[in-house]
Design a protein around this ligand. Structure first.
Ligand code: SOE
Length: 408
């Protein structure tokens, strides 16, 4: 078997012709599996990572489907036993693309086997599990990253740079709305995303997790107290007939009748930040007309920034430093070569999309693996996000403000 992390001569272009490689195993082969596979395929073509991924093994439960997936995306082998894959001597990085209920099991086993770990969000379905994952990767001394991909949309990375540089002054208010509509129809089929024992929660963990991560990333601050409300509008849904293809299409196929929805359709909360800012968060799968309306607006003492994934290349910026007669929101197209990540892609002015954010994340992870430096968002960030999610759920149960546990 190949060494998991070896030096090989793989390229003869003007880029590095002496490239290190790392063998990757990905567990899970559905929507996120495709997005991650695409990232491994693209990263070495547009960036020049110090270590290049070799797509060694993909693993999921059904052999024929996994083999077809491996062939489609160029994985060398298809497997069905994640434990064998994680333990295999030739694997250096384990990429966890399964639903939340298995993140802890797989990530901890991978860390114990000395593998670097890249895990989908939310990091875990409970803070207790997230803390165990954090302890495992720290003990193993491996690199770890949770995939909050929206951080790496160029306009979002730019917003972080601007807040850090003080361009909107002191952050006072954060407003996040993450709105989708794919569950508005009560006949939309049941999937694992509606099963609390698998997904952990609904719009809350799926969408508010992103919003919480963006709030922490952009403000550089921590959420310390929360109070919220959550609602399930449609309490049971028909099992899928296998014909669907949307995000909710998988799971329980073949079962008859209706499945009980045990997660929220919508989740809202108020937040207080350590630095004195306050914030609002709203996540729903029940907002007709909103497709992937992941929007934040951050108000500071000298300006504001607004971003919305539905127009993801644009960052809106208002500055009180502009002359009064010229003040107004300007639309910054984050498509220029001096914007984060953009120079690696097309000539200036050409738009990037959803998939690019995954390529950027994989690039940064590979650089960290090569250098041995930490990469953000890491499992501590992932666990802190879960702490916020969990505190909101506690506040709903208690009907009162709750403190958020601080993850060290
Ligand atoms: C479905 O709600 C989903 O695909 C999420 O799971 C993703 O994390 C989000 O980026 C888009 O919507």
């Amino acid at each position: 078997m190949d060494a998991p992390f070896s030096r090989t001569t793989t390229f003869t272009s003007s880029r590095s012709d002496m490239a290190s490689t790392i063998n990757v195993a990905m567990i899970g082969a559905r929507f996120m599996g495709k997005a991650h596979s695409n990232a491994y395929l693209q990263v070495g073509k547009f960036f020049d990572p110090a270590v290049r991924p070799v797509m060694k093994a993909v693993c999921s439960r059904d052999l024929a489907g996994t083999q077809a997936f491996a062939e489609q995306f160029g994985w060398e082998r298809a497997e069905t036993d994640w434990q064998d894959v994680v333990a295999a001597d030739d694997i250096g990085l384990v990429d966890v693309c399964t639903p939340g209920d298995t993140h802890a099991l797989i990530s901890i086993a991978a860390a114990k086997a000395g593998k670097h770990v890249f895990c989908e969000k939310p990091l875990a379905n409970s803070l207790a599990d997230a803390l165990k994952m954090l302890a495992a990767v720290r003990e193993a001394g491996v690199r770890h990253m949770v995939n909050f991909n929206y951080r790496r949309c160029p306009a979002v990375s730019l917003a972080r740079q601007m807040v850090e540089a003080g361009e909107i002054g002191e952050v006072r208010q954060w407003r996040a709305t993450y709105l989708q509509d794919w569950l508005v129809d009560p006949e939309s089929p049941y999937s694992w995303r509606m099963d609390k024992s698998i997904a952990g929660s609904g719009a809350h963990g799926d969408l508010n997790a992103h919003a919480i991560d963006l709030a922490r990333f952009i403000t550089g601050d921590e959420i310390t107290q929360v109070v919220g409300d959550m609602k399930t509008f449609v309490e049971e849904r028909p099992y899928p007939d296998g014909s669907g293809s949307g995000v909710g299409a998988s799971g329980a196929a073949g079962a008859k009748g209706k499945g009980k929805v045990t997660v929220d359709d919508a989740s809202i909360f108020l937040a207080r930040f350590a630095g004195g800012a306050i914030g609002t968060f709203e996540a729903t799968r029940m907002a007709p007309g909103r497709k992937n309306f992941n929007r934040f607006e951050v108000s500071g003492s000298r300006g504001s920034l607004v971003w919305n994934f539905e127009d993801m290349n644009v960052l809106e910026y208002y500055s009180t430093d502009d002359p009064t007669a010229r003040q107004g929101f300007r639309r910054i197209m984050a498509t220029e070569s001096d914007h984060p990540y953009v120079g690696a892609w097309w000539p200036p002015g050409h738009l990037l999309g959803y998939e690019h954010s995954f390529v950027h994340g994989v690039y940064d992870l590979l650089q960290a693996i090569a250098s041995g430096d930490d990469v953000a968002p890491d499992f501590r960030d992932g666990a802190q996000c879960v702490a916020v999610l969990e505190a909101v759920e506690a506040s709903v149960a208690a009907g009162s403000w709750q403190n958020v546990a601080a993850v060290e």
